[in-house]
Design a protein around this ligand. Sequence first.
Ligand code: ADP
Ligand code: MG
Length: 833
Amino acid sequence: MYTAPITDFPLACATTPFLSDGGECGRLMAGRDWSSTSLGPIELWPRCLTSALSILLRSRVPIVMLWGHDGVMLYNDAYSEFAGSRHPASLGSNVRESWPELAGFNDTVIAKALAGNTLHYRDHELTILRNGAPETVWMDLNYSPVVDEAGVPAGVICFLAETTEKVAAERRAAFLLALSDELRPLTTPADIMNRTAERLGELLDASRVFYAEITDAGMMTVERDYSRGVESIVGAHSLASFGPDLLAAYRAGEPVVVRNVGGDERLSAPARAGLASRQVGAFIDVVLFNEARWVGLLAVQNASPRIWSPAEEKLVQEVGERVRVAIERVRAERDRLWDLSQDMLARADFAGMMSAVNPAWSKVLGWSETELLTRGYANFMHPDDVGSSTDAIAGMTVTGQPARFENRVSTRDGGWRHIEWTVAPEPDGENFVAVGRDLTDTKARAAELDTAREALRQSQKMEAVGQLTGGIAHDFNNMLTGIIGSLDLIRRNIGAGRPERVDRYIDAANASAQRAAALTSRLLAFGRRQSLDLRAVDINALVRSMNELADRTLGEQTVLETYLNPDLWVASSDVNQLESAFLNLCINARDAMPDGGKLVVETDNVSLDEHYVSNHPGLASGEYVVLSVSDTGIGMSPATLEKVFEPFFTTKPVGQGTGLGLSMIYGFTRQSGGHVRIYSELGVGTTVKLFIPRSHEGTEPVHASKAEIVSGQGETVLVVEDDPSVRLIVTEVLGEIGYGVIEAFDATSALPILESGRAIDLLITDVGLPGMNGRQLAEIARKSRPQLKVLFITGYARNAAVRSGFLDKGMDMLTKPFAMDELAMKIRDVFDG
Ligand code: ADP
Ligand code: MG
């Protein structure tokens, strides 16, 4: 331990030449008694220390030396300025005690330098407390060890330069640049204020930032603010409450910087109280002028007292200027928009008057601005549109939401324009703004387009109808030729007394007529206009019963294989249509395999899920029975595949194909709630799958062939039919097979018969009668004769596509054309069922 000898103060001065010309700090050091410090009496300080001090004290650059492990601070006048209020107490003190906020940093520096290292920092950020409040500063710091006579580091000397101003300027420039970029695309003053307040608040870590507009009435309105940990002050505030001194400062145009609201004399007592109640402890207010007019105020506030740096003041000032310019820019653009807009813009009140209209109004409608502003807007609306328009406007007072409507508005020259309006209420509850777009031309163009489209559709339809009727006419001509020719031959042969040849011609005529009937039934099937008799069907049984027929159709080179699912579900379908569809598929397969091959018939159960049916419009998800017919034939090209369901589409030579097979199958399956899929590959083969909805009823036995004619037992039948030849045939046949017949040609003549006391066992009536239809007739008849059996005959069951919904108990239906044995069997069914 070193014990300091007792020395005189003036002696010390004379013995310390290294302190002369050392400025204020040199004098202070000379006047101090160092003997009680860790450095010991000044006249015994080592050479290395005194020579370093002589350089340090004479320098104009801030330099500080930290001596020994304690880091005793010795510095010059330039440094003392940097130290602020810490000087002079820090001179000669232990650095860790004088600058506790930097103790950690200084620990590192002292340790490294005393180990012989130099250290350099550029723009190093430090938060220091040199003036009573925390302050962020930036510095360039260069540390070097000071070595003693033996070359061992005894202290560290630091050359420092505060770069706070430079760094702040760089940051301010970068911030302003980024802010300008952010503000440029914004289009409303509110957005600009909002964004600025947010960015500035984040940068300065302020409690509240806002841009206020100053109105002529001495009010300050804040539309939005940025606030953190304090309440928002959005709203209107009276300027008078700031007090006369502050207002005078504002008027002078200088920024008002207050570090501590509680202790600032420029603020009146009420102003201080007002600010304190708004949680303002410190603030910077920058007033903004447009020419000589005070238009706004940018305020940055801190909840607690805060020392604002000159850099921060400057930043707030520059930001304020930028906000003002940005706001003026969007206002100018808005004005330009108002003047140049093609749309009609207006401000109006809910009482019915407009207070401002833009020039587009006069351009579109021809009315002058004065006319528009003095006559009340409803007067310009078409009388039929006034109600809906004023309702939409009034609705805004309830919802507070924008609304949209269309109406017709009168023009000065007596016409009407279609206008689409968007209206939005203003916050005052009395006014709203309106934007109107003239739709007149758009509407006219849309109408023209519709007409053109309709014309195109018509011509396409005509073309399709032309193709269809051409095809049918051709086929029918062939069939009619067969019938007419045969009838002609019959007449001639009978006339010539050669009745033995007549039978052949009757057969020929009959065959042609059958083909014609088949053709019409296919057409009806495609048009989905046929009367379907949906019943529970066992498709396996149907396939088995058709096997023999299919086999015969196929010829010798073709092998038929069937794979029937033994647990097949019962399907819901029309047996006759299904038979005919199945046969058609077999025939197509045969045609596709002219040199023979293999035909596979399969049945199976499938459940179609939502995903599958979502890709097949018209198909419902659920359970289906699938009947598939596959061949190893020529297959189809994609182009053919696209057209196969079109009626009359055929690739077969004239006389062989009608092009109605698949179209009939398509129509029939869709009508019965099912669906057809075709998989085909050219040269490989084709599979056609019919998806038939599952039924949950029991099945009836399938009868593939017709029974012999069933005769009557003298029952009385009333036949109502307007077509004389059909009526003639029906009555003739009924008479022949043993029924008593009464005939009527329409409902009016049939009713008296039904209402008389005559015994009638069965009513056979056409559905499509002139006047009252057959269905209505049956209903009336059933009122007086509830047990009466009814058989409807129909050619075209447009309204009764599926019988089940049409027929009550004891009723049945027969579709034209029908063979006489079918009629006889049906009558028997009705009596028996
Ligand atoms: P048609 O058999 O009278 O030509 P369809 O409607 O039954 O009429 O068939 C239309 C067309 O579809 C046929 O002409 C043929 O080109 C094609 N087609 C149908 N089934 C098959 C099949 N199994 N293999 C190859 N092509 C087929
Ligand atoms: Mg065919």
